[in-house]
Design a protein around this ligand. Structure first.
Ligand code: FES
Ligand code: FE2
Length: 334
């Protein structure tokens, strides 16, 4: 089995196609629902370049909307988290929308007989909550639980919704999102790229298996490793790794075809253990950052035409194969 065609990693055309055929049609992890604690709380973010926000209404319900004003298309809310005391007001010409996305005011617009406010609500996006995590989708091909597949059973015994989200970190690097994903779903690179991590696990017993909706990687940890020895990656672009008494999640979000952001969240059963938590987060981020250099340089070789697809390891790269098969299928290449 060969690696994906390198041309798929290096053009803005393939990025636009993936946006249409992968990112718009799948459920995307936004983060923990607890980041939206009260009416008016919002998270504004991008999904493969498409702007959206999630807002908790006065009725307590979460709703997601395109972060695009219906007047002349301005961004309504700056990316990040915050709280709207009143309606969502566009910074451009002050149109405002209520917590259900209805246009409620357009000061100084003038009179026009045919104009009806109710014809111009924000575009709403589908939203689901699953075990304390918020997901959204523009045009999903299946229900969230169907996309999660066997992950639902995999995590049934883990009390993930009882953990408290304590930190969000955003990391950006210059490589295609699939290069980072290929790297995430194999442990083959651990001896080469993560020497300390390599010492902290029984690498000979590293196992990677692909399941409906996700890839599971496991290895017995040695004493002192902050990871519990189980790492999960879910189609198409989110991850969940377990700690003792906690976990992280990440979303692998393409900014364009050659730049990617990771949005990490860290969750702990006992958030009062601040020193231990800080230590775990920093050690975890150090491992994550160790992958950037190799991804950046690999991207250059894919982009400059000097690489043609090579063979994948039958033992270690089953996750890469699973991910790439899903990409091929989504893009009608297989
Ligand atoms: S673009 Fe939003 S009010 Fe004009
Ligand atoms: Fe790595």
């Amino acid at each position: 089995m060969l690696n994906l065609d390198p041309a798929l990693y290096a053009t803005s055309r393939s990025f636009l196609e993936e946006r249409e055929r992968i990112f718009s049609r799948t459920w995307q992890l936004i983060g923990p629902a607890s980041r939206l604690p009260e009416p008016g709380s919002y998270v504004a973010t991008e999904l493969a370049g498409l702007k959206l926000f999630v807002l908790r209404g006065r009725d307590g319900a979460l709703r997601a909307f395109r972060n695009v004003c219906r007047h002349r298309g301005a961004r309504l809310l700056e990316e990040g988290t915050g709280r709207c005391a009143g309606p969502v007001r566009c910074p451009y010409h002050n149109w405002s929308y209520d917590d259900q996305g209805r246009l409620v005011a357009m000061p100084w617009f003038g009179e026009e007989a045919s104009f009806r406010k109710e014809d111009w609500p924000l575009h709403q996006i589908q939203l689901r909550e699953w075990r304390g995590l918020v997901f959204i989708a523009f045009a999903p091909e299946q229900e969230l639980e169907a996309q999660l597949g066997e992950l639902v059973a995999e995590l049934a015994g883990e009390p993930i919704e009882t953990y408290q989200a304590v930190r969000e970190e955003r990391l950006v690097f210059d490589a295609n999102w699939k290069i980072y994903t290929d790297n995430f779903v194999e442990g083959y690179h651990i001896p080469g790229i993560h020497p300390n991590f390599f010492q902290a696990i029984e690498f000979k017993r590293f196992e990677t298996t692909a399941h409906d909706g996700f890839v599971r990687m496991t290895a017995p940890p040695r004493e002192g490793l902050f990871y519990r020895g189980k790492w999960l990656w879910m189609w198409p672009n989110w991850t969940l790794s377990l700690f003792d008494g906690g976990m992280n999640t990440s979303r692998i979000n393409p900014l364009d075809h050659q730049r990617t952001e990771l949005i990490y969240n860290f969750y702990f059963a006992d958030p009062s253990r601040t020193n231990a938590i800080e230590d775990t987060i920093q050690r975890n981020l150090a491992v994550v950052r160790e992958d950037f250099g190799i991804c950046i340089e690999t991207h250059k070789n894919y982009a400059n035409g000097s690489y043609s697809a090579g063979p994948l390891s039958p033992h270690h790269e089953a996750g890469v194969r699973y991910f790439q098969d899903k990409v091929r299928k989504s893009l009608s290449l297989a």
